[in-house]
Design a binder for this molecule. Structure first.
Ligand code: PNS
Length: 161
C-alpha cells in the first residue's frame, strides 16, 4: 500500500490545498493530511481548529485521514510507513523554501520522497496568508476557501479573534 502525507499549516485550508489533496488521492492508496506546526509562522487558528476546518472541507473524500501533529515530519512519515510527501508548488518564490525542506526531509528519512504538484493556474496566487489578509479587511474570500467553511472563517477572521 502506497501511503503519502500532505503536510501543511492549513491556516486556513484553501481551495488550492483541496485541489492538491484531491490529486494526491488519485496517485496513492492512502493519503494522510497532516496539520503541522511551522515554527516560523504564527497561526491565526489553533491546530485543533485547523484540523476541524479540514475535516469539514474534505468530507466524503475517499482514502484520506486528517491528523494534527506537533513534531518532525520525517519522523512522522517513518512512524506511519509513508513513502512520499506531496506538496503543491506555486510560483518560483515557493521553490527555494520547498527545495530546502525536501532535501532536509530526505536527509532525515532517506526512504521518503517529496513529490511536487504544480498548482492550477487559477490557484497560482492563492495562499492562506492572502486569505487571512483579505478577510481581515472585509474582502470577499468566497473564491478562495471551500464554501462549507466560508462563514466560519469570515466570522473568526473579521472579528479578529
Ligand atoms: O504550509 P506550510 O507552512 O508551508 O507547511 C510547512 C510544514 C508545516 C510542512 C513544515 O513547517 C513542517 O514540516 N513542519 C513540521 C516540523 C518539521 O519537520 N520541520 C522540518 C521541515 S524541513
Amino acid at each position: 500500500m502506497k501511503i503519502a502525507i500532505c503536510p501543511g499549516s492549513f491556516d486556513p485550508v484553501t481551495v488550492g490545498h483541496v485541489d492538491i489533496i484531491r490529486r494526491a488521492v488519485k496517485m496513492f492508496d492512502h493519503v494522510i493530511v497532516a496539520v503541522m506546526v511551522n515554527p516560523s509562522k504564527h497561526p491565526a487558528f489553533t491546530l485543533e481548529e485547523r484540523e476541524g476546518l479540514l475535516t469539514r472541507a474534505l468530507k466524503g473524500m475517499p482514502k484520506i485521514e486528517i491528523v494534527g501533529f506537533d513534531g518532525l515530519l520525517a519522523d512522522y512519515a517513518r512512524e506511519r510507513n509513508a513513502t512520499a510527501i506531496v506538496k503543491g508548488l506555486r510560483a518560483v518564490s515557493d521553490f527555494e523554501y520547498e527545495f530546502q525542506m525536501a532535501l532536509t526531509n530526505k536527509k532525515l528519512n532517506p526512504e521518503l520522497e517529496t513529490v511536487f504538484l504544480t498548482t492550477t493556474a487559477e490557484n497560482m496566487y492563492l495562499s492562506s496568508s492572502i486569505v487571512k489578509q483579505v478577510a481581515q479587511f472585509g474582502g470577499d474570500i468566497s473564491n478562495f476557501v471551500p464554501e462549507c467553511i466560508l462563514e466560519d472563517i469570515k466570522d473568526r477572521l473579521c472579528k479578529g479573534v
